[in-house]
Design a binder for this molecule. Structure first.
Ligand code: HEM
Ligand SMILES: N[C@@H](CC(=O)c1ccccc1NC=O)C(=O)O
Length: 285
């Protein structure tokens, strides 16, 4: 555009609805009154609003991830893999958003965070029940975290239900067994609430699928989506560590943990270990 050119002017078109009294509007549909009045900074520090909104946006994305993962798990249980492709692609995009979102919080300086951190008391992301539910659905079961929700029986019960249910990966293994794959019996019924243990006897099942992707396309494609989801989750955890490191260094966490050291210990956790193990086997006789 030349320096002398004017910017476009766009008058409202005649047909645009102006008569909205008593009718469904954008703000009504999206409940913006509720959404936009849920930011309550505890103090007067400018950056506390960033901190609140960053977390609220993450919680909204967690909500959608849960909605999608539950739909994917139900579809697998009904023996229909078709919808999973689209659903899990969406989950992957949301995880990417959550990963990229850390860059916004990284504009928070250590000194600016230190001004309002004391007001947070013992509050911590450790107490995010939606985050914990996502971990459970993906199969990272850990019973002791229920203790963090003992103050809220309703949430505690919901989490316990998820802890005790088969994960998305468990249901996928059951699906494979129903469709003729030689999934070990031990994968099909066990204590679902126990931490997932890598099972070498499951790797040959994936070896056959990966040896001939075109013969097993729907399950092969699902495996690869699960790998994407796993990898992005790990990247999120890593970026959390790096963000925390630069903002609070090696201080203890408000939740009482050692902080960065505690977070680092889970970065390498993988949800679907056999889907990584199969890669080692590819090309071996
Ligand atoms: C200034 C920014 C942040 C700092 C300094 C920070 C720090 C920490 C620390 C130290 C912990 C360990 C528990 C504790 O003792 O408190 C933790 C856990 C956690 N934080 Fe953050 N965090 C930040 C931002 C976020 C954001 C934006 C989210 C998004 C929801 C988040 C989600 C979590 C979750 C889910 C955990 C539990 C992780 C696990 O169990 O492995 N944090 N955070
Ligand atoms: N654990 C953080 C505090 C924190 O980040 C936080 C506090 C209240 C609500 C959400 C939080 N986010 C993630 O842990 C800290 O030690 O500074």
């Amino acid at each position: 555009m030349k320096m002398t050119e004017t910017q476009p002017v766009r008058p409202l078109e005649d047909q645009i609805d102006r008569d909205l009294a008593g009718r469904m509007t954008y703000a009504d549909y999206l409940k913006l009154d509720t959404l936009l009045s849920a930011q309550y900074p505890l103090g007067a520090e400018h950056d506390e609003m960033l901190f609140i909104i960053q977390h609220q946006v993450a919680e909204l994305w967690f909500k959608l991830i849960l909605h999608e993962l539950r739909a994917a798990r139900s579809a697998i249980m009904r023996d229909t893999l078709d919808p999973c492709e689209k659903i899990l692609s969406r989950v992957k995009c949301i995880e990417r958003q959550l990963f990229d979102q850390w860059s916004v919080l990284e504009t928070l300086t250590p000194s600016d965070y230190a001004k309002f951190r004391p007001m947070l008391g013992p509050a911590s992301g450790l107490q995010s029940y939606q985050y914990r539910t996502v971990e459970f659905i993906l199969g990272n079961k850990q019973k002791d975290v229920l203790q963090l929700f003992a103050h809220d029986p309703k949430i505690c019960e919901e989490l316990r239900r998820e802890l005790e249910s088969p994960s998305l990966y468990d249901e996928f293994q059951r699906y494979l067994a129903r469709h003729g794959h030689a999934v070990p019996q031990s994968c099909l019924s066990r204590d679902w609430s126990a931490p997932y243990v890598r099972n070498p006897a499951l790797v040959p099942v994936f070896e056959r699928i990966y040896a001939e992707p075109s013969a097993h396309w729907p399950v092969y494609a699902l495996c690869e989506k699960l790998i994407d989801i796993d990898e992005l989750f790990q990247l999120w955890r890593f970026r959390h560590v790096k963000t925390v490191e630069r903002i609070i260094g090696f201080k203890k966490g408000t939740g009482g943990s050692s902080g960065v050291a505690f977070l680092r210990r889970i970065v390498d956790y993988v949800f679907f270990p056999e889907l990584l193990d199969v890669r080692t086997r590819i090309g071996s006789a």
